[in-house]
Design a protein around this ligand. Structure first.
Ligand SMILES: Nc1ncnc2c1ncn2[C@@H]1O[C@H](COP(=O)(O)OP(=O)(O)OP(=O)(O)O)[C@@H](O)[C@H]1O
Ligand SMILES: [Mg+2]
Length: 272
């Protein structure tokens, strides 16, 4: 269980997250929604302490996460795997090496950088790739992959960390609808099969509604909605998004909703 007790973040004069108090039980898939600048990334990044909270407390299984330092903090960061919009992979390395870099904490930096991994670790990485349908490209250079494939590799890397929580900051915002669906399906499968807590910032409503057990809506640093997809009526959603409501409702934006494609017309033949 992850407990937030008045957790807040201020950047100079901006209060990005106003004191937030809520609890996330183990195994929940949570979507955080809200317009740009609402504080979604800041909230997520406080969980793994990439953003240092300005006040309040966060507990995981009763342990004070906000007080961790040094090796304990590094260990906690390893336990919160994070997936980013821009994948954060090393393009010139092959897929397998990128995935195995998720073992860095377990393995020690020096031997990881020299590419010294045990057979067991390689097998573990291959299995993670296989779960994401990506084992066949294990030896391919990473920058030859499509965006959707790269995000699946990033999820495999997160999995080999053996995390206790998976954080994802707009994991599908750079993907087309088909790839977005594949990536969200993968996150949901990991959540269900492993019972792993997944906390995910999402831009579009339909994706949050379709995939999450619980939706948290933020507005100007305040949690203004916390409920199930069913609770989130269109009216409530419009209030969360304010002037950006039309964009959030638009399925054309990074949505996982696949609409029927127009039937391809036969190409016009050039007649000389
Ligand atoms: N490092 C920083 N320094 C100063 N201000 C920051 C910093 N990071 C975020 N902010 C401010 O905090 C507020 C919340 O930003 P945050 O990135 O958390 O929003 P967001 O909901 O993730 O937005 P988006 O949907 O655009 O990603 C914004 O006003 C932003 O300008
Ligand atoms: Mg953000």
């Amino acid at each position: 269980m992850l407990e937030f007790k008045g957790l807040t973040k201020q950047f100079n004069s901006t209060v990005a997250v106003k004191p937030a108090t809520f609890t996330i039980p183990d195994g929940q898939m949570v979507g955080i929604i809200g317009r740009s600048g609402a504080g979604k990334s800041t909230l997520l990044r406080m969980i793994n302490r990439l953003n240092e909270p300005s006040g309040g407390q966060m507990l995981f299984q009763g342990r004070d996460i906000t007080a961790l330092k040094g090796r304990e903090l590094r260990q906690w960061r390893n336990e919160c795997a994070m997936v980013f919009q821009q994948f954060n992979l090393v393009g010139r390395l092959n897929v397998l090496t990128n995935v195995m870099s998720g073992r860095l904490f377990h393995h020690g930096f020096a031997s990881s950088m020299m590419g010294i991994f045990t057979a067991k670790e390689r097998a573990f990485a291959i299995r993670a790739l296989d779960r994401l349908g990506m084992a066949h490209v294990a030896l391919q250079q990473t920058d030859t992959l499509s965006g959707g494939q790269m995000q699946r590799v990033a999820i495999a890397r997160a999995l080999v960390q053996e995390p206790r929580i998976m954080l994802a900051d707009e994991p599908i915002a750079s993907l087309d609808p088909l790839n977005a669906k594949v990536v969200m399906d993968a996150l949901r499968a990991i959540n269900r099969e492993d019972g792993l807590t997944v906390i995910c910032n999402l831009h579009t409503l339909d994706t949050a509604r379709q995939y999450c057990d619980r939706i948290i809506g933020m507005q100007d640093g305040v949690i203004v909605f916390d409920g199930t997809p069913k609770d989130l009526t269109d009216r409530a959603a419009r209030e969360i998004y304010g002037a950006e409501a039309e964009e959030a409702f638009s399925e054309a934006m990074t949505s996982t909703a696949l609409r029927p494609q127009p039937v391809a017309q036969p190409e016009a033949r050039v007649v000389n």
